[in-house]
Design a protein around this ligand. Structure first.
Ligand SMILES: Nc1ncnc2c1ncn2[C@@H]1O[C@H](COP(=O)(O)OP(=O)(O)OP(=O)(O)O)[C@@H](O)[C@H]1O
Ligand SMILES: [Mg+2]
Length: 252
């Protein structure tokens, strides 16, 4: 397997499937950052000079110390924040010129499992997972079974009627992940998906995310779980104080 598949970084290291240095950008790039910087308000930049591409069907870990900028980077990809400078392209479209009414359609192509989960407390576990499907206006009979099966897969078969505040941290984390993948989005961003879950479930979750990338989904997993990263041999986007400083198989 090509461990670097799908990534081209700003320092010109190309990969087997990425473009040669100086060549035209790949048109199968799902995400493309070009010299992106990002700051919150007037504070100093938390992300600096990021340039990379993520190709369709690629899988990357996103690592870095607490505060290095992992969640901020993901927030730029899912359009919650705009870059302070530089260009971001998603699914071949420049985001800087996107009209506000074009954003929901792009966001629906992205499944996000948030670090802080963000379930809707007034909806049941089942309805939280079903939310992306309802937003896509798909009829209940087309997806009811998928949601039930996903709840079962995550060990939550008995918790479908439960309201989020009555669930454990690990149960909520699993629901957040189920909601991110249920609509079969083209891009999945999972921020610390194994936090709060037991090691066996954590391993199953990582395996599932890797399988989804094999089926063509582009996946980015922010994690502190260095054992998974090292054992998987998958490529890494590594942030060091807001700079992309390392990449490649199993980097720490
Ligand atoms: N909403 C915000 N407003 C202002 N500063 C923020 C905000 N969110 C994050 N920051 C700052 O941006 C920097 C990067 O934070 P970020 O949450 O992206 O890091 P992280 O790598 O995800 O950390 P962790 O591993 O702890 O989740 C930190 O210095 C943080 O304090
Ligand atoms: Mg974070």
């Amino acid at each position: 397997m090509d461990n670097n598949a799908g990534l081209q970084t700003q320092d010109g290291h190309s990969t087997e499937t990425g473009p040669e240095n100086g060549a035209a950008p790949r048109d199968d790039a799902v995400v493309r950052f070009d010299n992106v910087g990002f700051r919150y308000g007037r504070a100093p930049e938390v992300l600096t000079d990021l340039s990379f591409e993520l190709l369709k069907g690629s899988f990357h870990f996103l690592t870095g110390a607490s505060g290095a900028g992992k969640t901020s980077l993901l927030s730029l990809i899912y359009l919650a924040n705009r870059p302070s400078r530089g260009l971001i392209e998603l699914f071949g479209r420049q985001t800087a010129t996107l009209k506000r009414d074009a954003m929901p359609a792009i966001r629906r192509r992205i499944g996000v499992a948030y670090e802080d989960i963000r379930l809707l407390d007034h909806l049941s576990a089942f309805d939280n997972v079903a939310l992306p499907l309802r937003l896509a206006r798909m009829p209940l009979k087309a997806w009811r079974k998928d949601v039930v099966e996903l709840l079962e897969w995550f060990g939550l078969a008995e918790r479908g009627h439960a309201m989020p505040p009555t669930l454990s941290g690990g149960e909520r984390k699993r629901l957040g992940l189920a909601r991110a993948i249920v609509g079969r989005p083209e891009l999945i961003l999972a921020d610390e998906p194994t936090a709060y879950v037991d090691p066996a479930m954590g391993a199953r979750i990582m395996k599932l995310l890797m399988q989804l990338s094999k089926q063509g989904t582009t996946v980015v997993v922010a994690t502190h779980d260095i054992n998974f990263v090292a054992d998987s041999g998958r490529p890494v986007l590594h942030l060091d104080d807001g700079c992309l400083t390392a990449y490649g198989a199993g980097m720490k």
